[in-house]
Design a protein around this ligand. Structure first.
Ligand code: CTP
Length: 400
């Protein structure tokens, strides 16, 4: 079920609806009366293929609020206005949406959007805390452009991010507990680029999707997140995350070490170039018939993960990633075990890569190796599911 509140961001609920129906989900839309000032019922009916009502006095024999609430596998509220959060927190049931919220027994997730002052008001803070204390998910809004020319915290999370989190909750209803509250985490993501000349570089095929999923899930589990992002495919900045964009391995190294000084957890999900061209040409390298073809010589880049392990703060948890293909000398897991010993991190997330696996795809599978010798397989699932599994292991380590 997709509840829609009466805020300007209601138009983005259409994109969320589209994303959910396109991935095969059957969605009932329940807007508030106010939401229909922003988007007409016909739009929601056309996109969902179901009739749309706002009150409990239509189709009375169907007892809609009970039926919709009982049948739903997931309730999303997009956008959640301050008024809706208040009504939900206090159990009001004065329209179809709030009545349904009381009958739903599945996970319920609110995606807030409002002006910064409204989000920060003690009344809203208390309502959010009350809802969260009951296990209801209230996600962090994004920062950025609000309704008019103003900017600040209170912007609706990107629709793609909402669809992603919805898929996660449908697969794992308990994937977003607020168990990272008070933790500062640093995540590196994407692939670095090492310039050869002003127009060419050595790069890799990392999309950044796994690192972004880690950041998104950590932020929604309550962590304070810094995301050091090298090159990625076009991805929206995760809501509530401090994103720092970098390009080369050297820039990524500086940004990660700087952020790691205050971090409780550092996760190296970025695909960092092991080598960089020894010389960067100031001008575009030209081919020429009377000169020999150029030969590129490479210098080794520092191993950032190894440096982090060496300089770790007391109690700091460090997580590495390993992308392996396996070869005649050993399987993916054999190579990963050797790498884990060499790197000395607390956890190693192992992905099998190559032909359609891990890089540039939506789903991921692998293993989670822990320093105590445990090897936990991660079944094929979305990158958000892998992220949730990794954060579960990190939480277990914080309780040692
Ligand atoms: N890594 C790093 N600095 C580098 C290279 C890699 O911090 N210069 C980190 C990656 O972010 C990842 C882990 O090390 O968390 C393993 O990366 P991977 O490329 O699988 O391993 P390498 O150490 O580069 O080993 P190899 O390429 O020889 O398999």
């Amino acid at each position: 079920m997709l509840g829609v509140g009466g805020g300007i961001a209601a138009y983005k609920a259409c994109e969320v609806l589209r994303g959910l129906t396109e991935s095969g989900h059957d969605v009932r839309v329940v807007p508030t009366e106010a939401a229909l000032n922003f988007v007409g019922a016909a739009t929601f009916e056309a996109l969902s293929g179901h009739p749309v009502h706002t009150g409990v006095f239509t189709e009375v024999p169907e007892v809609q609020h009970v039926r919709v609430g009982r049948e739903a596998d997931l309730v999303l509220v997009v956008p959640a206005t301050a008024d809706l959060l208040a009504r939900a927190a206090h159990g009001l049931a004065n329209d179809l949406l709030t009545s349904t919220l009381l009958t739903a027994r599945c996970p319920v997730a609110f995606f807030p959007a409002m002006h910064t002052e409204m989000w920060e008001h003690p009344a809203t803070r208390d309502n959010v805390a009350l809802l969260r204390s009951r296990g209801v998910i209230v996600t962090e809004p994004d920062s950025g452009r609000l309704t008019g020319k103003d900017t600040g915290k209170g912007r609706l999370a990107d629709p793609q991010e909402i669809v992603d989190l919805a898929r996660l909750l449908l697969a794992e209803p308990r994937a977003l507990p607020r168990d990272l509250e008070g933790l500062r985490v640093v995540i590196s993501a994407g692939g670095t680029r090492e310039p050869l000349d002003p127009v060419r570089y050595l790069g890799n095929r990392s999309s950044g999707k796994q690192g972004y999923a880690l950041a998104r899930v950590a932020a929604q589990r309550g962590a304070e997140v810094t995301l050091v992002a090298a090159h990625t495919v076009a991805l929206p900045d995760p809501a509530g995350v401090d994103v720092r964009h970098v390009s080369t391995a050297a820039e990524l190294r500086t940004a990660v070490h700087e952020a790691a000084k205050q971090a409780d957890v550092v996760v190296m999900a970025a695909a960092v170039a092991d080598f960089r061209p020894a010389n960067r040409a100031d001008y575009k390298i030209k081919k020429s018939d009377d000169q020999p073809d150029p030969v590129i010589s490479l210098d080794r880049n520092p191993d950032i993960l190894a440096e982090l392990v060496q300089n770790r703060l007391p109690g700091q948890i460090i997580v590495g990633f390993a992308a392996e293909t396996g070869d005649e000398r050993g399987s993916v897991l054999d190579h990963a075990r050797v790498k884990f010993r060499r790197k000395g991190s607390d956890l190693l997330v192992v992905n099998a890569v190559g032909e359609g696996k891990a890089f540039e795809v939506e789903d991921n599978a692998g293993w989670l190796l822990s320093a105590d010798g445990a090897e936990r397989p991660i079944p094929l699932g979305s990158k958000a599911q892998l992220a949730a599994a990794m954060w579960d292991s990190v939480v277990a380590l914080t309780k040692r």
